[in-house]
Design a protein around this ligand. Structure first.
Ligand code: RNT
Ligand code: ZN
Length: 425
C-alpha cells in the first residue's frame, strides 16, 4: 500500500522549495505557468501496439516492433478514446493527439489508404473538439501488402510509388481538415521504412526516387495555419540495417530546401548519439521542427520515455534556446509489456518533468558565467542544480492542476485496469 503525501505536505514542501529557487533568482510560478502552456502530442499508437483499425488489418511491418502481451489493449476506436481520456486525465496541461492513417473509422467498410478522406476521421475530430485536443497526423506507409517489398515512396516500381504518393496526398488533406476544424495547425509527418537489410549496389537511385515522390506529394500548397509537413529520417530499422533511403542528411536537406519541418526521433541515430545538440543547429536553418521523444535501449527499441539525461538535455535545449514555440514535441514509443495507459502517462509526465527542470534553471546566471569565462562556477552550478528541489515544484504543479501526485497516478490506473481493461478478453 502506498502512502501518499497530504496536500498540506505538498504545499509546505513547495513553499520551502520556492524560497530556495528565489535565492537562485528563479521564479517557480513563472516556470509552472510556462509549463502549463506546453502541449505534447501523444501518439495514439501506444494504445494498441501500432495496430490500427483497418478491416483487413494485418501484422505490424516496416522494421518497427511492439513486444509484450499485457492484457487490455484497445480493440476499436471507442476503446482507444476511452483509454486516451483516462491518460489525459492524469497528465497536467492540455495536450494533442497524434493519429496515424490506420486509425480511420470506416464503419466496417474496406477503404484503401489512397481513398481516405476527412469523413473517415469525423469521430476523432468530434472527440478532439469536445475535449480540446489539437490533432496531428501521419500517413501509414507500412503494415500493407504494397509495403511488403520493404519499399514505398522509393520503390523502383512506379505503381507502388504512385500508391504511396496518393496516400500521402490524401493524408495532407486530412491534416488540413484537422487544422481547419480545430483552429490549430496539424503537423503531418511522413516516415517511410524504405531500406535494405544488406549492402546496396545503388544508394543513389532510391533517394532520387524518394525526392521525386516527395515533390509530387508536396506540390499542392496548403495553408500552414492548417497543415504543416514534417519528414522523419532514421539510421536503420529491423530488416533495413545496411541502408535507409530517408536518412537524416537526406531529409535535413529536403526540409531546408522545401521549408518543411524536420522530425528528429531520439531513437533514430547511433546508440550514443543524442538529438539535443541537433536542435539549435537545425533551427538555425528551419522555422520549426517536430520531435519524437522516445527511448532506445541498445537499439531503436521505443521504450517508454523516462526522465533520463537524454530527455533532460532535449528539454534544456528547447528552453535555453527560447524554442518552445518552434518545437512541436511528440512522443513516439510503443510498449506492450506494461499497462498501455500507464505507458502514455509515465512518458508524458516524465517529458513534462524534464521541461519543468529546464524552466527552473537560473539561465541568466549560467550564461553570465559562461560569457565571463568562469567555467569552474558554470560546472559547479550545473551540478548543484541537479539536486535542487524541482520534484517539490512538480508535485505542487500537479496538485494545483487537480492532477494526481506521484504514485497516486497508479491508484487511478489500477482502478481503470480493473473496471475497464481487465474486461477486454
Ligand atoms: C519509426 C518511426 C515512426 C513510427 C510511427 C509509428 O521508426 O519512429 O515515427 O514510430 O510512425
Ligand atoms: Zn518516430
Amino acid at each position: 500500500m502506498d502512502h501518499h503525501p497530504s496536500d498540506r505536505q505538498i504545499q509546505a514542501t513547495y513553499d520551502l522549495a520556492k524560497e530556495r529557487y528565489v535565492q537562485m533568482g528563479v521564479d517557480t510560478d513563472r516556470a509552472m505557468a510556462t509549463l502549463g502552456q506546453i502541449a505534447l502530442s501523444l501518439h495514439c499508437w501506444q494504445g494498441d501496439d501500432v495496430g490500427g483499425f483497418e478491416t483487413s488489418g494485418g501484422e505490424l511491418t516496416g522494421g518497427i516492433a511492439a513486444t509484450g502481451n499485457y492484457p487490455g489493449k484497445a480493440r476499436n476506436a471507442d476503446e482507444l478514446r476511452r483509454d486516451l481520456d483516462m491518460a489525459y486525465s492524469l497528465i497536467p496541461g492540455r495536450h494533442r493527439l497524434n493519429l496515424h492513417a490506420i486509425y480511420a473509422e470506416t464503419g466496417g467498410k474496406t477503404v484503401e489508404r489512397t481513398e481516405l478522406r476527412p469523413e473517415h476521421f469525423a469521430r476523432w475530430v468530434d472527440w478532439a473538439k469536445e475535449k480540446h485536443h489539437g490533432l496531428d497526423f501521419n500517413p501509414t506507409c507500412f503494415s500493407h501488402p504494397l509495403s511488403a517489398s520493404g519499399f514505398t515512396l522509393a520503390s523502383h516500381d512506379p505503381a507502388v510509388r504512385r500508391f504511396w504518393i496518393d496516400h500521402c496526398i490524401a493524408c495532407r488533406k486530412i491534416g488540413e481538415h484537422f487544422g481547419q476544424q480545430l483552429g490549430t495547425p496539424c503537423v503531418t509527418n511522413i516516415w517511410i521504412p524504405d531500406g535494405f537489410k544488406d549492402t546496396p549496389a545503388d544508394r543513389k537511385t532510391p533517394r532520387e526516387l524518394l525526392k521525386d515522390s516527395l515533390d509530387k506529394i508536396l506540390a499542392e500548397k496548403i495553408d500552414p495555419r492548417h497543415n504543416r509537413d514534417a519528414v522523419e529520417g532514421k539510421l536503420f530499422g529491423l530488416g533495413s540495417e545496411s541502408y535507409v533511403v530517408g536518412s537524416h542528411e537526406f531529409y535535413l536537406g529536403y526540409a531546408i530546401t522545401h521549408r518543411l519541418l524536420l522530425c528528429l526521433d531520439a531513437g533514430h541515430f547511433h546508440p550514443t548519439e543524442g538529438i539535443a545538440d541537433k536542435i539549435s543547429s537545425v533551427l538555425t536553418y528551419l522555422d520549426e521542427i517536430l520531435l519524437h521523444v522516445s527511448r532506445g535501449v541498445r537499439w531503436d527499441s521505443d521504450h517508454v520515455v523516462v526522465l533520463s539525461d537524454d530527455v533532460a538535455a532535449i528539454a534544456q535545449e528547447i528552453v535555453r534556446g527560447g524554442f518552445l514555440d518552434r518545437v512541436h514535441i511528440g512522443l513516439d514509443y510503443f510498449d506492450a509489456s506494461i499497462n498501455r495507459v500507464a505507458a502514455w502517462v509515465i512518458g508524458a509526465r516524465s517529458t513534462l518533468k524534464a521541461l519543468l527542470v529546464a524552466l527552473l534553471e537560473p539561465s541568466d546566471r549560467l550564461r553570465e558565467l559562461e560569457i565571463s569565462g568562469d567555467y569552474t562556477a558554470r560546472l559547479a552550478l550545473l551540478e548543484d542544480l541537479k539536486n535542487m528541489p524541482s520534484g517539490a515544484v512538480w508535485d505542487f504543479h500537479c496538485l494545483r492542476q487537480g492532477m494526481p501526485v506521484g504514485m497516486q497516478v497508479m491508484d487511478k490506473i489500477k482502478a481503470y485496469e480493473e473496471q475497464e481493461l481487465a474486461r477486454r478478453v
